[in-house]
Ligand binder design. Structure first.
Ligand code: ADP
Ligand code: MG
Length: 729
């Protein structure tokens, strides 16, 4: 029975690191090799086309059909020179991940042969038959048309022999069916709103960029062991498994030496990333055994997000070359840390100023405080929605599990910034605005606050949204998620808030207040209004949960209920005002979120039921009959002499029976709950039922299975155990 387990464990132990072919190339030479970037555009496109394309990429100008044809022809030539034979529109459906459908560069030549063909029309727009992508009811199956259209702001690239063209995905009726459309709209919204506000300080600014630097956490597992765990294969996580005696308690994995086999994988992955223009920079072990992290240098948000999605798919491929499987699930193993994806986010101007970096001049510092405080207001107003943007069936395991921030959004600022805010609030309006040209802020009665040099050491790992010196770090994002969801909500909230701020300041100016005084006065009101979002304490503590509820922050923990935020009037108002998502699109998104939640739990329930009934119970029952057999035989041979010893055997037999009975009845209960839930038509109600009645049984079933794992003969146990899965040699 457990032969398979022993075999795969043995193979995993013997597995050697893959030797990579030596390369003479430096990262800088490799970088962007497989990307149709500016350098290649210059080389492959006529000058006029190149210039027109640059206008589109930098200023969003529409591409004419003629130019598109010319771009397509240059792009095709480059791709063919690189050995590509196919092309695909690469898009981001609401299922998560990316989708692609490959077509070859061939057309009939009209003379019975074939020619390599790729027109501007094919480059710009396609109609993938994508009726089975989730649309939340926007696209009925009979109206199954969806269009993918080129996002010229993200360069095309080659994977294997396919030219991949980043695209948006929309319905026939124009609604967004993906993550990219709303993200692009939100970037435009925040650009406009922030540029307007920047004009209070610097009229030269013409564009504000949103930047994203993600840190991707992941687990690696040997492929043989992985294949022997149906739960991992089908759900991405272990639904059962007793804790390993040793896991992360010695903290010896974090930043420790990287095992050779893993190092070889990481190097290979880095090469692939560099070739695709993903500027990966940092790699290290994470807290949990077999857990690692990879981070690039930050980029403009849309490109950074494309790069993260590309990375996730490349990782899976490279892992296979090294006989690994990469786990992007937020919580693959119980009892050790899960994986997240910290989203480092900031705003910067085309004049080269990071708006979240305290400046050297008072003017710059007021600008910095303006953005900081408005971001606090935005996060305060939409804290529930921000949580909804990162909530999922898989991320729910991680949030609030004493390893990641709780399911409550708050902001960490650190000592220095907190002090500045306090002083701003307590200063009187007359003496509020005094600038010391040399040293920065000067506020009445308070010694001047020198040039704000934010020290990075003052960090709080327990905060979901932390200021870290020159950016915010949104840490609640799940490791498997498309960052686009969170980034859309963040950028839109900030855009909407900045618009409101501007109108309030302008009102005051119109009433005769000086500009700086007006800005200062509005900020002061804001600091007081959103004070409750600021929390520098221990986010993992139970006291914080109680305190946060008292403060009126969103403390909902049920994922289906968290999704209500997408259709809450205040959030719909924000999205429609900024033009990022219409109420139809929001309803559709909420619908898809509920549906996906239900499906994930449904699959887990089926796998758990199957493993419990077909794998675990038969093994436990076999072991139990061995014990019973022994008791009978011993009694027969030794009679009364055996009675006292038999008592111990009987305790074990009963213990096994107890757990088995529980597994049996709880699994039946779970199946019944599923049957009831499946009859519910409304997606929201169904997801709630799955959450409250189906998912609610998992932990208890698992508890009894894990107890059996402790007592059943190791040789009989069918599934690779945690101690075998978690330590790559
Ligand atoms: P940590 O100490 O949290 O591991 P790192 O220094 O490794 O932080 O940086 C994490 C990520 O933050 C990197 O992708 C980095 O490029 C990015 N980052 C740094 N500055 C900014 C910024 N101003 N805006 C957005 N991301 C940034
Ligand atoms: Mg970080």
């Amino acid at each position: 029975m457990s032969e398979l387990r022993f075999k795969v464990v043995e193979e995993a132990i013997r597995r050697k690191a893959v030797c990579l072919p030596a390369t003479e190339e430096r990262p800088s030479e490799m970088f962007g090799k497989n990307v149709f970037d500016e350098e290649k555009m210059r080389k492959y496109l006529p000058k006029k086309t190149y210039e027109a394309l640059m206008e589109t990429m930098k200023h969003g100008k529409a591409l004419s059909r003629e130019i598109a044809d010319s771009v397509a022809s240059g792009m095709k030539q480059w791709a063919m020179d690189m050995g590509a034979t196919h092309y695909t529109h690469w898009f981001q459906p609401l299922t998560g991940g990316t989708a692609e459908k490959h077509d070859a560069f061939v057309e009939h030549d009209g003379k019975g042969g074939m020619i390599e063909e790729f027109s501007g029309k094919l480059l710009i727009q396609q109609e993938p038959d994508a009726s089975s992508f989730p649309s939340g009811g926007i696209r009925n199956t009979f109206e199954a048309r969806g269009y993918s259209a080129w996002d010229a702001t993200s360069p095309a690239f080659i994977v294997d022999t396919t030219l991949c063209i980043p695209t948006i995905f929309i319905a026939y009726t124009g609604e967004a069916l993906d993550y990219k459309v709303p993200l692009l709209r939100s970037l435009q919204a925040v650009d406009r709103a922030a540029t307007d506000v920047c004009h209070y300080f610097d009229p030269e600014v013409t564009k504000v960029f949103s930047y994203l630097g993600w840190e991707q956490e992941y687990f690696l597992v040997d492929e043989g062991l992985y294949a022997a765990r149906p739960d991992m294969v089908l759900t991405g996580r272990t639904l059962m498994g007793h804790e390993s005696a040793k896991n992360q308690q010695l903290e010896d994995h974090y930043f420790g030496a990287i095992p050779t086999r893993v190092m070889s994988f990481m190097k290979d992955l880095e090469f692939e990333c560099w070739k695709l223009g993903i500027p990966v920079k940092t790699r290290h072990n994470e807290v949990a055994p077999n857990q690692f992290e990879l981070a690039p240098i930050f980029e403009e948000t849309n490109l950074a997000n494309d790069h993260n999605l590309l990375l996730m798919s490349i990782m899976k491929k490279v892992a296979r070359r090294h006989s690994f499987r990469v786990l992007l699930h937020e919580k693959p193993f119980k009892g050790i840390n899960g994986s997240g994806k910290h989203n480092n986010w900031s705003l910067g101007t085309d004049t080269g100023v990071n708006l979240l970096s305290p400046g050297k001049t008072p003017q710059a510092n007021l600008q910095f405080m303006t953005f900081l405080v408005n971001i606090m207001m935005a996060v305060y107003k939409h804290n529930g929605l921000l949580k909804a943007s990162i909530a999922s069936a898989t991320n729910a395991h991680r949030l609030g599990a004493n390893e990641a921030p709780p399911a409550i959004i708050s902001i960490f600022l650190g000592r220095q910034i907190s002090t500045v805010l306090d002083k701003m609030v307590s200063s009187t309006s007359d003496d509020a605005i005094e600038f010391d040209e040399k040293t920065g802020f000067k506020m009445g009665g308070i010694a001047h606050i020198p040039e704000l040099l934010i020290d990075n050491t003052d960090r709080n790992r327990t905060s979901p949204f932390a200021f870290t010196g020159n950016r915010f770090e949104f840490r609640a994002v799940g490791s498997s998620d498309n960052c686009g969801g969170a980034m859309t909500v963040l950028n839109t909230s900030v855009a909407d808030q900045l618009i409101e701020f501007k109108s309030q300041v302008d009102d005051r100016i119109a009433r005769g207040e000086a500009k700086e005084a007006a800005i200062f006065a509005v900020l002061k009101e804001y600091i007081k209004e959103c004070a409750v979002i600021h929390f520098d304490g221990n986010g993992y503590s139970d006291e914080w949960k109680a305190e946060a509820a008292k403060r009126g922050l969103d403390c909902e923990t049920s994922v289906p209920l968290i999704f209500d935020q997408f259709v809450a009037p205040s959030n719909v108002g924000m999205f429609t005002r900024t033009g990022v998502l219409s109420s139809t699109e929001l309803e559709a998104r909420a619908e898809v979120k509920w549906e996906t939640y239900t499906k994930k739990i449904q699959i887990e329930a089926r796998v758990l039921g199957d493993l419990a009934i077909n794998h675990i119970l038969p093994v436990a029952s076999r072991y139990q009959s061995m014990l019973l057999d022994k008791v009978y035989k011993m009694k027969e041979l030794f009679g009364a002499k055996y009675e006292t010893i038999a008592a111990q055997d009987l305790v074990l037999i009963e213990k096994i029976s107890g757990h088995m009975a529980k597994i049996q009845t709880l699994t039946e209960k779970m199946i019944d709950a599923r049957k009831v839930a499946n009859k519910i038509e409304n997606e929201r109600e169904k997801a709630i039922a799955y959450h409250n009645t189906v998912a609610a049984t998992f932990d208890e079933i698992r508890y009894h299975i894990d107890k059996l794992e402790e007592v059943v003969d190791n040789e009989m146990w069918p599934l690779p155990k945690y101690r075998e899965l978690l330590f790559i040699r």
